[in-house]
Ligand binder design. Structure first.
Ligand code: GAP
Length: 516
């Protein structure tokens, strides 16, 4: 298996475009930063992840820690809600990122992602004390998600003339621009000079106007998370669905954030999809459920075939908890652009009764639960596993992407688990004559009833295999000279490029064993 740290994002992004997984949005107009379109194979992969999540969360939810089958119901709420929703949830006042501007290049950065890395030179620097300890001899500014990746990026990006100093450095440290030591320069990654402004707060919600008049009263927001639609429907579901606490409400859908610095392909975009579930429970049981969902969510990601070594848990420090959360743990993945470090894939948050209490306060509607068995009324606490669907697609793309320099023809293979692969079977005639197209087409017409198949007659067989390898198609079936002689077709396995002969009448049985 190829280490994810050795995979090139540039090559992956190029394959995604070439094979119809992901295109830059509005490309013919020069694109639009932070927006992406999912092509024919990308939408199939995204739907496969979404359907697996929905199946495991709503249709067949797990058995809980007490041995009971959990109750989770689905929802599809509106993207635009009454704007009071976002005042109550705290997003109007608190959903901000600090941003800094470079006065020279006019570039804008998220302050907590714009790092200054300081390299302490030789012995002579060691005496010059400052508020940050030792004043570094040399500074370099980079954009990165974490301190570790900032230091690695600075080491590899710095011009050659500093290379010796870096090699000689006795210590390296880094501060982001929200937390910069007072005697460090506010360096811009664009200019490498102190041309950055002080951080300013920037609200991430996209605004729009409902109706014909564009005034403050008509202002509304595109939802920055799917979660609030769930809280708004808590009472409806309780009143109509015969559920009782503990239970969950799950939703998959678009969310919009006007990110200051969208980047790393589809990792951080301005329009993306989330898969969120709010688990309503008794306050006394909240920690038990937090622990349960934390492990259940990790189990699910692993069930998609993601290598265990590329996934970790990371507990949030107190100072990074979102405004609504009293505890949060992230499931993180080792992306090629974070390696050797990890980046967020999903957050499992203990939201307490923050949201239901806030919506009660703002709407004057009681959002409680009455437990008839114990004659007790309470506001449920909420555990929220919140993941990015589009970020999950990125993880599967990174995980599957395998350079194959040893193979003739195919430079890359996308080795998705067969059940998630956008195309399951390629069906080809070896050549476009001698009765092969007719036989291959008849086989295709039969197989397409059961599997997503692609029939292809164009170009050499090697090129067709290479195309299917990049699409991640687990099996290709070729009708060739043998078929005319003894009825055998050639089945090629994507992961090994091995070929085997199977009688044409047994192809369905063969695929049934492999693909189910
Ligand atoms: N309701 C809680 C919530 O929205 P979050 O950590 O802000 O929590 C949950 O978002 C997940 O949504 C993240 O773990 C990530 O996978 C995904 N996500 C958040 N912002 C994103 C962005 N700008 N682009 C792509 N995915 C994003």
């Amino acid at each position: 298996m190829v280490d994810v740290a050795e995979k090139s994002m540039e090559e992956l992004v190029s394959l995604c475009k070439r094979r119809g997984f992901v295109y830059p949005a509005s490309e013919i107009y020069g694109g639009i930063n932070g927006f992406w379109d999912y092509g024919p194979l990308g939408v199939a992969l995204k739907n496969a992840v979404r359907d697996d999540w929905w199946r495991n969360m709503v249709e067949c939810p797990p058995v809980g820690p007490d041995g009971d089958v959990l109750q989770v119901v689905g929802l599809d709420s509106s993207i635009i809600q009454n704007p009071k929703t976002w005042e109550a949830s705290g997003h109007v006042g608190g959903f901000n990122d600090p941003m800094v501007d470079c006065t020279e290049s006019k570039k804008r950065y998220r302050a907590d992602h714009a790092w200054v890395v300081g390299f302490h030179g030789g012995e002579e620097d060691a005496d010059s004390n400052s508020s940050s300890g030792v004043v570094p001899e040399h500074f370099y500014a980079v954009v990165a998600d974490s301190k570790e990746t900032a230091i690695e990026a600075a080491k590899s990006e710095m011009p050659k003339k500093f290379a010796k100093r870096v090699a000689d450095a006795t210590a390296v440290t880094a501060f982001d621009q929200t937390n910069l030591a007072p005697d460090w320069p506010r360096l811009s990654p664009a200019t490498q000079t102190a041309t950055l402004t002080e951080p300013r707060m920037f609200n991430l919600m996209f605004e729009t106007y409902v109706g014909a008049i564009r005034d403050e009263d008509a202002k509304a927001y595109l939802r920055p998370e799917t979660a609030q639609g769930i809280f708004l429907n808590y009472k409806n579901i309780l009143d109509t669905m015969r559920v009782k606490v503990p239970f969950g409400i799950a939703q998959v859908g678009k969310a919009f954030r006007n990110e200051v610095t969208p980047r790393n392909f589809i990792f951080r975009s301005r329009e993306f999809e989330q898969m969120e579930m709010e688990w309503f429970c008794h306050p006394d049981d909240a920690l038990k459920w937090y622990d349960f969902w934390k492990h259940e969510r990790m189990r699910w990601w692993k069930s998609l075939g993601i290598d265990e070594g590329n996934l970790i848990f990371r507990d949030h420090d107190e100072d990074e908890l979102a405004h609504y959360s009293s505890a949060c743990v992230d499931v993180e993945y080792r992306y090629p652009f974070t390696a050797p470090g990890y980046g967020e894939l999903e957050g499992i948050a203990h939201r307490g009764c923050y949201d239901l209490s806030k919506h009660t306060e703002h709407s004057k509607q009681k959002l409680e639960f009455f437990d008839q068995t114990n004659n007790e009324k309470f506001v449920p606490h909420v555990i929220e596993p919140a993941s990015g669907l589009t970020r999950g697609v990125l993880v599967l793309l990174c995980e599957a992407f395998t350079p194959t320099p040893e193979r003739k023809g195919s430079k890359y293979v996308m080795n998705f688990p067969a059940r998630l692969a956008p195309i399951k079977v390629g069906v080809f005639p070896l050549v476009n004559k001698d009765g092969m197209p007719e036989k291959a087409n008849a086989l295709y017409m039969k197989l397409r009833e059961k599997y997503v198949c692609q029939y292809d007659v164009k170009q050499s067989i090697g090129k067709r295999y290479a195309r299917m390898d990049e699409a991640g198609t687990p099996y290709c079936v070729t009708v060739d000279g043998e078929t005319n002689e003894n009825g055998n077709v050639t089945i090629r396995h994507r992961d090994t490029a091995e070929q085997e002969q199977v009688h044409i009448d047994r192809v369905e049985e063969f695929l049934g064993e492999k693909l189910g």
